[in-house]
Design a protein around this ligand. Structure first.
Ligand SMILES: NC(=O)c1ccc[n+]([C@@H]2O[C@H](COP(=O)([O-])OP(=O)(O)OC[C@H]3O[C@@H](n4cnc5c(N)ncnc54)[C@H](O)[C@@H]3O)[C@@H](O)[C@H]2O)c1
Length: 337
């Protein structure tokens, strides 16, 4: 069964492509490499041991997307393609409204003319804004978004809900990711920030390998035990597996699931776990709070565990170990950043 992956050369998309093949699906990847590199496709092929179908296209190009869908006839679509840096979205909101909302609408206009069994959307815990209680479950009232990025995910969910209400033959799943980290255990694919990383773990690994002088921890005066922000860190392979299980979930038309491990770790705890598991020191300093960051959030993951029988397999330490192995692989083989 063919599954179209928009943004399938990216961090989460590439790992999902591998997990799809492991479960007998055939991924069809669309990406224009605006935030990834072509070697990712080659490395997916090394992991799966065969060629993967790939189209280098902007998902905003309706003519091309339409012809790909006509040609490939996918039964499902997983929509990863988007811009994702919370802080950048504060500085450049139009970039985010264009890629994450306008291009989503363009994609749906194309899909409107085709029959698709499943559509999975990369949503985010940023839709909860700064929640009034934690852990957040899927019924936790949505608060105003903290950033334009978070707003694009809130609006994206609304657009999709309204659109697929008219198409009951399609199962819509919106996965609210918490903080994906780690890399494939083969060290062939992983997170690939182009420029200064906006996510914590690649910032840690790039500092540890000497690419950055020091890690800046944004804020140590939050109302948390050690003053740094608290997040729910999930291994990217576990997150990828949630997409495969969502495709198999046929009993409901409109599904929303939190995908997180269900407990919060502070930024400092992650830094210290990284140091411990990899037996090294990370040079860090505290900086100002960063626009768009909420102090604390982690998932109530009861729903996905019950309905999709999803369980995280990897620990935080394993994820940090894989992230470090990937960073060393990047240094030895590729010139990025
Ligand atoms: N990584 C995270 O921390 C995180 C957390 C929550 C939600 N998400 C969401 O998950 C999705 C995937 O995130 P990721 O971490 O894999 O990001 P990523 O940047 O690594 O992957 C996105 C991929 O989409 C491609 N892309 C973007 N816009 C495109 C366009 N218009 N046409 C064609 N290709 C395009 C990029 O080149 C990239 O390869 C995004 O929607 C993101 O908002 C990510």
């Amino acid at each position: 069964m063919k599954i179209l992956l928009t943004g399938g050369a990216g961090f989460i998309g590439s790992h999902t492509a591998v997990e799809l093949v492991n479960e007998g699906y055939e991924p069809i990847i669309i990406d224009d490499f605006r935030n990834s590199k072509s070697f990712v496709i080659e490395n997916i092929e090394k992991i799966i041991g065969r060629k993967v179908v790939f189209h280098c296209t902007d998902i905003g190009d309706q003519e091309k997307i339409s012809s790909i869908i006509k040609q490939e006839k996918p039964v499902g679509i997983i929509h990863f393609a988007a811009d994702k840096a919370v802080n950048e979205s504060v500085k450049n909101p139009l970039k985010y409204y264009h890629n994450n909302i306008v291009n989503l609408i363009k994609l749906l206009s194309v899909i409107d003319k085709h029959n698709i069994d499943s559509f999975i959307f990369s949503s985010s815990c940023t839709v909860y804004g700064s929640p009034s209680f934690i852990p957040v479950n899927e019924k936790t009232p949505i608060q105003p978004a903290f950033s334009p990025y978070g707003y694009t995910k809130q609006v994206g969910e609304k657009i999709l809900t309204d659109f697929f209400k008219t198409k009951q033959q399609t199962s819509l799943t919106m996965l609210r990711y918490f903080n994906p980290i780690g890399a494939h255990p083969s060290s062939l694919i992983g997170e690939l920030p182009l420029g200064v990383p906006s996510n914590l773990v690649p910032y840690i690994t790039q500092t540890a390998i000497g690419k950055r002088k020091e890690l800046t921890i944004f804020g140590n005066d939050y109302n948390t035990a050690d003053g740094t922000c608290i997040r729910d860190y999930i291994h990217v392979v576990d997150l990828a597996r949630a997409h495969v299980l969502s495709l198999k979930n046929k009993h409901s038309y409109n599904n929303i699931y939190n995908v997180g491990v269900g407990n919060g770790k502070s930024v400092l705890e992650v830094v210290h776990s990284f140091e411990e598991i990899n037996n090294l020191k990370v040079n860090y300093q505290f900086g100002e709070r960063r626009d768009g960051d909420v102090p604390e959030i982690y998932a109530d993951n009861h729903l996905i565990k019950t309905e999709l029988k999803w369980e995280p397999i990897f620990s935080l330490k394993e994820a940090l170990h894989h992230a470090w192995a990937w960073e060393r692989e990047l240094k030895s083989k590729y010139k990025i950043g």
